[in-house]
Design a binder for this molecule. Sequence first.
Ligand code: AMP
Length: 217
Amino acid sequence: MRLVIIGAPGAGKGTRAKRIANKYGMPHISTGDIIRAAIRDGTILGMKARGYVEKGELVPDDLIIELIENRLRESDCKDGFILDGFPRSLSQAKALDKLLTTADKLLTAVITVEVPVEEIITRIKNRLICGNCGKDYNIVTNPPPESMICPACGGEIYKRADDTDDTVRHRLSVYEKETALLTSYYKSKKILMKLDGLIPPDQAVEYIDAILKGKHE
Ligand code: AMP
């Protein structure tokens, strides 16, 4: 199964994508997580991407497409994957189509997570993340321990540098301008599945599973 999950920043793509990946035993590939790790480790990709991420801009296509091309070539992607945060623009969607068509492996479905904008702002305001394993926390609904050490991996829990009010507003406008176009693109290909982002993640996974089963029967 080859899936893509799209949605505004803070819509809960990552949480849902991780659960879907666990359910089907396939890799969860988050371009945001890969870029944050590259920035933290000071790699060439990280150095090139840092300024864009801090401003809430999209990292240039050539860097991202090369990253995805290399990642999808890895052996764990052979039987499927879920892409989270890629594609984020029409040009990236077309590049992905080209890659998958060449490998004769088309996308199974594209899930779009829909959440009202006020809820997005609240979620991002309260969001924290583990710098090591990427696990999400929320000050209100899933608070981290006082030590701010991730119980899952021992990493440090922090607030993302791009989760500030101004950057979030800018990321939302980039989403409206670039990423929202993807819904009509994938709708026309008849592979778009809408997911209500207010449904709790476990229920969301059951819902997606039921629809995907229907697609394969
Ligand atoms: P995310 O964790 O998905 O919210 O991504 C965080 C930041 O990483 C974004 O605001 C962009 O700066 C960058 N980024 C992640 N995925 C992409 C992508 N597909 N294209 C361009 N930039 C990206």
